[in-house]
Design a binder for this molecule. Structure first.
Ligand code: FES
Length: 335
């Protein structure tokens, strides 16, 4: 086969658990600037949900059943879903390298997916004279994108990026130094606001993408003070309610989930209710007190935080647990 479909078939043999092991193996090889961002991306685009939709007789009916809202299909955002990763600026080279690699004899010489990711990242790094760690996360993202969208779709997009050249020129050290940096509290700000005021960043690639939060406020309460027309950018946003989509503000709808790129330790500890709701929505199952996925209507902030707003939301936790159970029974022949 002259194209990369054989390699696609190999990648397709990996389920979510296998990918978890690949990510755990790669984690220490990913530069600090993208370590959390890569994990967030994998939460934003769960493989099992994409597979369930692909296998559904009527994917649109299933999407309605799961209340999927926004741009949930990776195929509609192949070149942009990872814009919040530092490695996004190397996407054209990474995508090209994955396509070349998938068609090369090397692609069939090992069954070690993490090894393939490392090899492609090393190739891109050598061409661009970079540390491989800077493209390790985005390369893992590229492999998962290939798995979810298929060879034809993956190959067909232009592989471009949309970054302001000044933003693209930032070094990883500059990004890290700026990320979730606490605001200095001047005398006059103390006079105006007796409580401390923090900057919440919701897109590190846009200098305008910030709002102010009074110490201890919930993220969505503070975001609602931002009256810019965010609904023109993301139709899920309610006019005059800020950049984070909200419907209920009580942990019931799932529209306000966010990834925490920096400053997770400055958010309130997750209570059992938020933990339970995240599991019900299907976004996250964890015992961590301050994880990287939160419900913005439940999390209070005590310092500057950098968040990422996913382009979609839904309620699919129960459905996916059942779907996975059924699938594993089919695979083991116990059904
Ligand atoms: S706004 Fe509904 S869960 Fe947060």
């Amino acid at each position: 086969m002259k194209d990369g479909r054989l390699f696609e078939a190999f990648v397709n043999r990996h389920d979510e658990d296998a990918w978890q092991r690949v990510l755990a193996e790669l984690e220490s090889h990913i530069h600090e600037v993208d370590r959390v961002a890569t994990r967030i991306w994998f939460h934003f685009f769960p493989l099992s949900l994409a597979q369930a939709l692909q296998e559904a007789e009527d994917p649109q009916a299933l999407a309605r059943e799961l209340f999927l809202d926004g741009t949930y299909r990776l195929v509609d955002q192949i070149d942009s879903s990872h814009r919040f990763l530092y490695g996004h600026r190397y996407w054209p080279e990474v995508k090209r390298a994955v396509i070349e690699y998938a068609q090369s004899p090397r692609a069939s010489q090992t069954l070690d997916l993490a090894g393939h990711v490392r090899e492609v990242a090393a190739q891109v790094a050598e061409r661009r004279r970079l540390e491989p760690s800077l493209v390790m996360g985005i390369t893992a993202v590229a492999f998962m994108t290939l798995q979810q969208v298929g060879w034809e779709a993956f190959e067909s997009t232009p592989g471009t990026i949309a970054l302001d050249p000044r933003i693209a020129a930032r070094t990883p050290e500059e990004v890290l130094a700026h990320r979730a940096r606490d605001d200095r509290q001047g005398f006059f700000s103390w006079w105006k606001y007796p409580d401390k005021v923090w900057t919440i960043t919701f897109d590190e690639n846009d200098p305008e993408a910030t709002f102010r939060l009074i110490n201890r406020q919930h993220l969505t309460t503070a975001a609602a003070q931002d009256k810019r027309p965010h609904h023109l950018r993301d139709p899920r946003c309610v006019p005059n309610e800020g950049p984070i989509p909200v419907q209920c503000r009580s942990g019931s709808c799932g529209s306000c989930w966010v990834g925490v790129l920096g400053g997770a330790e400055k958010l309130s500890e997750m209570e059992d209710y938020e933990r339970h709701r995240l599991r019900e929505f299907g976004y996250l199952e964890t015992d961590e007190p301050k994880p990287i996925i939160r419900l913005a209507c439940q999390a209070r902030a005590f310092g500057a935080v950098s968040i990422v707003i996913p382009p979609w939301n839904g309620i699919f936790g129960r459905f996916l647990r059942k779907w996975k159970q059924q699938r594993s029974m089919e695979l083991t022949g116990t059904l």
